[in-house]
Design a protein around this ligand. Structure first.
Ligand code: WQD
Length: 357
């Protein structure tokens, strides 16, 4: 029995594939490389020594998705695939609604057709919008403030309705806070397109000299040093949270939401200092105006995941920064090798079966 990982070549998806393979799971990975690179797939095998089936497919292509269910005994699905840039979603909302929601509908319809009703869904803390108070628990008010966050909230509601219609489903919805860091090997990590929107990859690119200095978005917030506070969580801790959620959906039915965060907040200036210690590099920065839509403080109450999933984030901010630096320093341009995708098949190595789009 295999676990289907949609978006498995992405930042969180690839780290989750590594932990699943290390735990002995059989996985089948689907990705269309809109937000990832084929090289990440090769690196997963290099890290784990495990091979797995990979399909170069778009989730919107229902026929090719059905073939995956016909060709493999899928037991459960971890669904990462989706567009995920907050700022971009404001400019191209229709693409975000079409891609994120329709692909999830196609996935759930196909799962239902093949009687696969165990799903772990990648949601986001952006569904909380501007939290009234922190720490944020799962029953805090939901009010997404951008199209990206609204797609996640709408999908959560679709999944709730799906469960009400058929209580044989078993669904875990995971709301991520701020994933950063990389696998200790430095072989896989965050590889943003163009200039990074998020803090950690931006700092890392300043450290290697790709970017000149960091713009700190505001220092007048009601926080210790005036800069924004977030709940940064190591991507490997996040990946391990998916394995706990997968176990949960494997052995029970029902639908549950879990915050995956550390429960601790760090400011931008604290992150700069931690990264300077981890990398030995000075991070020049300047204070600029606040970024529209940013909230002052956002961090999780992780108690429910601890009590229900037996999961807690273990890696601290220093390890997050050390691992982020190792990845960036070893991969100055990310996954720059863009393995050529030949039609009709793209075989990065003999270990992969891939079905072209
Ligand atoms: C963190 C802090 C910024 C960049 C986003 C998405 C969220 C989730 C995680 C997908 C804030 C400050 C940032 C910079 C800065 N992704 N900052 N200069 O906005 O908390 O969350 O990523 O689910 O959906 O919204 O993360 O890393 O962009 O910002 O000062 O160049 O760093 O103001 O305080 P954010 P971020």
């Amino acid at each position: 029995m295999a676990i289907l990982i949609t978006g498995g070549a992405g930042y969180i998806g690839s780290h989750t594939c590594v932990e699943l393979l290390n735990a002995g799971y059989e996985i089948v990975v689907l990705d269309n490389f809109i937000n990832s690179k084929p090289e990440a797939i090769k690196r997963i095998t290099e890290i784990t020594g495990c091979t797995f089936k990979f399909y170069y497919n778009d989730l919107l292509d229902k026929k090719s998705l059905e073939e995956i269910f016909l060709e493999n005994k899928i037991e459960a699905v971890i669904h990462f695939a989706g567009l995920k840039a907050v700022g971009e979603s404001v400019y191209i909302p229709l693409q975000y609604y079409h891609n994120n929601i329709l692909s999830t509908l196609v996935l759930c319809e196909t799962m239902k057709k093949y009687n696969v009703k165990k799903l772990v869904f990648s949601s986001s803390a952006t569904v909380y919008g501007a939290p009234e108070k922190c720490p944020i628990s799962e029953n805090s008010p939901l009010r997404a403030l951008n199209p990206y966050g609204r797609t996640k909230l709408m999908i959560e509601e679709i999944l709730q309705d799906l469960y009400v219609s058929d209580t044989n489903w078993s669904i875990s919805i995971l709301r991520y806070f701020n994933p950063i860091g990389a696998h200790e090997s430095g072989q896989i990590g965050e590889d943003p397109h163009g200039v990074p929107n998020n803090l950690m990859p931006y700092i890392a690119q300043v450290a290697i000299g790709k970017l000149k200095e960091l713009n700190v978005f505001g220092d007048q917030y009601s926080t210790n040093d005036g800069t924004g506070v977030r709940d940064y969580i190591h991507v490997v801790d996040l990946a391990l949270g998916h394995l706990r959620a997968l176990e949960k959906v494997t052995y029970s039915t029902g639908i549950e939401v879990y915050n995956l965060g550390t429960g601790k907040g760090y400011s931008v200036l604290e992150m700069i200092s931690a990264f300077e210690i981890a990398s030995g590099k000075k991070i020049p920065y300047k204070i600029v105006d606040p970024r529209p839509g940013d909230v002052a403080v956002c961090y999780a109450d992780p108690v429910k995941a601890m009590e229900s999933l037996g999961w807690i984030a273990k890696k601290g901010i220093n390890e997050m920064c050390e691992d982020a630096w190792r990845w960036q320093n070893k991969n100055k341009n990310g996954y720059e090798k863009n393995l050529h995708i030949e039609s009709p098949h793209f075989i990065p190595s003999e270990d992969f079966l891939i079905r072209s789009k």
